[in-house]
Design a protein around this ligand. Structure first.
Ligand code: TRP
Length: 469
């Protein structure tokens, strides 16, 4: 009877084997399904992070103002002819960047006539030509600022400049001329950030050079006529190290913005130095009033309004996104269009090309020669053709410059009509521009000469300012 037992054992073994094979196969198939599911979940989480810039938390909806990849990154495919970010501005259109499309792309609001009228009503002053002519064309939350101002809740101004060289051109003055007007009509304090650290990180310059440029540029800024009792100008290299409150805000911002977010907003890549990646927090910090305890006495709720060129908006989209998460009000913004290069509105002027713009140090003769030689003309090739068909002011740089600097609306309108009809020749148009810019630059140079080292020191010393909130 040994045999049957062996046979039974064998059968038992085979049955057990079948059972295990079946069990293990099922387990393996099941495991594969779990793997697929885990992969899928992981992908969903990384997609979520990619889109929102934040880690996924179960049961937590994404924040309202999600800063995502197509919020202003250089290549979003909506309008390929325009490229606008803090370091590059270019377009293939001779009339310049399409600002209406930019408003849609950046998600800001257009400055409508209604808003300009409201500013006039609230301040009791004729709106600045930059507002009348749509040179400041876009905003964020300006109505809220005015609502509060009407209820006696004041605000402060913040603007800045990256000091990349000693030479400033007329285009650089646009935000400062406008900010000076805002300071006057609203009677409010102003902080001006000179990002010498930004220029050190982005350009091939030494720290000492960048800091020196900051002080030199401060003189041109002061020459715009700011009130020393209401204005604080600071170099990042100086102020960051001396103000614990400022640095605390920088770090707070750094903690609440991910690498994904800045990558999406600014287009940083893996080979950008970490200084660039964290810099946006430094440009964001002055938007919060407690970064300046000497001015606001530690208050963190004073509303900030930032006049700037539209290419700076990415910094402030990021700022507005973090503000409520760290318990601060979002800064409001007023955006300007770009000042065109002499060669045409396709590009912003470059401080490194002497012929691309009128510099604040140019002599009357240089101004005349540059305009006559380099200002792109919308006129016709011959006088006969010009008289017959007229010129095109929309692409004519001399005419564009006049819209920035000639204050008389009626005179400007007449020039436009006459140029379009052919009654006014290109040479005559250029002459009007030359005669507008020469005294303007000469006066600037005169005011800059009055700015002593002592004055600069006064403006750049952290101190209380004179105002009521
Ligand atoms: N990044 C700006 C530039 O390169 C300088 C800047 C700093 C600025 N803070 C600002 C400009 C606030 C406008 C508003 O010119």
């Amino acid at each position: 009877h040994i045999f049957p037992i062996c046979a039974l054992n064998t059968i038992n073994f085979v049955l057990k084997l079948h059972y295990w094979v079946f069990f293990l196969t099922t387990l393996l198939i099941f495991q594969a399904e779990i793997d697929v599911a885990v992969q899928l979940l992981l992908k969903l989480k990384t997609d979520y992070k990619h889109l929102t810039g934040q880690d996924y938390k179960a049961g937590c909806p994404p924040p309202e103002n999600v800063v995502n990849q197509d919020n202003g990154a250089a290549t979003d495919g909506i309008d390929e002819e325009d490229n606008v970010d803090p370091w590059n501005v270019s377009t293939s259109n001779a009339k310049g960047v399409d600002y209406d499309k930019l408003i849609v792309r950046f998600g800001s609001s257009k400055i409508e006539t209604e808003l300009v009228d409201r500013i006039e009503k609230v301040t009791g002053q004729k709106p600045h030509r930059f507002l009348r002519r749509g040179i400041f064309f876009s905003h964020r939350d300006m109505h809220q600022v005015l609502d509060a101002y009407e209820k006696n809740k004041s605000f402060y101004l913040y603007t800045g400049r990256g000091p990349s060289s000693e030479a400033m051109h007329v285009g650089h003055l646009i935000p400062f001329i406008f900010t000076k007007w805002l300071q006057d009509v609203f009677d409010i304090p102003l902080v001006i950030q000179l990002t010498d650290d930004e220029k050190y990180l982005w350009k091939d310059l030494a720290i000492e050079e960048c800091h020196r440029f900051a002080v030199e540029n401060a003189k041109d800024i002061i020459a715009c006529g700011f009130d020393v009792n209401k204005t604080f100008i600071f170099s990042d290299f100086d102020y960051m190290g001396s103000s614990p409150e400022f640095y605390r805000n920088v770090v707070k911002i750094q903690k609440h913005v991910t690498y994904n977010q800045v990558k999406g907003i600014f287009g940083f890549t893996d080979s950008d130095c970490i200084g660039k990646i964290s810099f946006p927090a430094i440009q964001a910090a002055p938007s919060f009033s407690n970064s300046f305890p000497q001015i606001f006495g530690g208050r963190k709720d004073v509303q900030c309004l930032i006049p700037c060129a539209i290419d700076q908006d990415p910094y402030f989209r990021m700022t507005r996104d973090v503000a409520p998460r760290i318990g601060y009000p979002k800064p409001a913004l007023l955006h300007s269009s770009f000042f065109p290069a002499l060669q045409g509105a396709q590009t912003k002027m470059s401080a490194s090309d002497a012929n691309s713009s009128i510099f604040l140090t140019d002599t009357p003769k240089q101004i005349k020669n540059k305009i006559n030689k380099h200002a792109f003309s919308g006129g016709k090739d011959t006088i006969e053709e010009h008289r017959k068909f007229g010129g095109n002011p929309d692409v004519d740089v001399s005419f564009m410059y006049l819209t920035f600097f000639l204050d008389d609306d009626e005179q400007l309108e007449k020039i436009k009509q006459d140029y379009s009809s052919g009654a006014l020749l290109t040479g005559e148009l250029k002459k009007i521009l030359i005669e507008t810019l020469q005294p303007m630059i000469a006066q600037h140079q005169e005011r800059r000469k009055q700015v002593t080292e002592e004055t600069v020191k006064q403006f750049m010393t952290p101190r209380p300012l004179n105002f009521k909130l």
